[in-house]
Design a protein around this ligand. Structure first.
Ligand code: B16
Ligand code: MG
Length: 215
């Protein structure tokens, strides 16, 4: 029986993916290269370190350890400039209502995000009080597709993986949920995500009740 919902942040609750894309593209261009929207799918849900590693590969760039750190800091600075504009009106369609309905129904709620900026973003959106626990990039050793972030979320809620549904918009995140033994609702299409149990374009297309009946 499902008792907990584990939410990815970027691409499920709020569209910070566009901000990540803009900031990483500035980095790629600074390195004399670029990358496509299709390549950007591979960065979704992936940690900052792993994202930069991929971009260096794509742009054929080699850097020292210090340069690597400096590029990560610069990307985060550019990303945070965009994030400061966020407010509680920036939730993806239906996401904030969905969270409130789940809370009102007594479902335990966790965040399972790769982002080290997750608390800041949830605070800007006034959503912190809805979360029973937050597991983010600051609390895990292994990034998605490793299931650690969701296993820690379920554990913090006192639930088994089988009692949880993960909501994910990234290929890496869907893999993390399934290898952790959880049900997974994909926010996106089966063509891009594959592997999830159900798909919706946004949380507004479904309800906690529908999912509790279906999964
Ligand atoms: P930060 P999620 C992920 O968030 C993003 O999808 C991914 O593009 C980003 O690189 C990662 O967070 C790390 O973010 O640089 O803010 O620590 O989808 O797992 O909520
Ligand atoms: Mg995501």
């Amino acid at each position: 029986m499902i008792k907990g919902f584990l939410f990815d942040l970027d691409g499920v609750i709020v569209d910070t993916a566009v901000f990540h894309f803009q900031a990483w593209r500035r980095i790629a261009q600074k390195l004399g290269g670029d990358f496509s929207k299709a390549q950007n799918e591979q960065l979704k849900g992936v940690s900052r370190v792993d994202s930069l590693t991929k971009i260096l590969e794509w742009t054929g760039t080699t850097v020292t350890e210090e340069e690597f750190k400096a590029l990560m800091e610069l990307k985060n600075e550019w990303y945070l400039e965009l994030v400061t504009r966020l407010s509680d009106k920036d939730g993806l369609p239906g996401a904030v209502d969905f969270l409130h309905h789940a809370k009102a129904r007594g479902i335990a709620i966790a965040l399972g995000s790769a982002s080290k900026n997750a608390v800041l973003i949830l605070d800007k959106m006034n959503l912190l009080p809805l979360f029973d626990t937050i597991i983010d990039g600051n609390n895990v050793v292994n990034g998605k597709p490793h299931p650690e972030v969701f296993l820690k979320g379920a554990e913090a809620l006192g639930l088994s993986p089988a009692e949880c549904i993960v909501f994910e918009d990234s290929i890496a995140g869907v893999q993390a949920a399934k290898s952790g033994g959880m049900s997974c609702v994909g926010i996106g299409t089966p063509e891009v995500l594959g592997g999830a149990d159900l798909y919706f374009n946004a949380l507004g297309e479904t309800s906690p009740e529908e999912l509790l009946r279906a999964l």
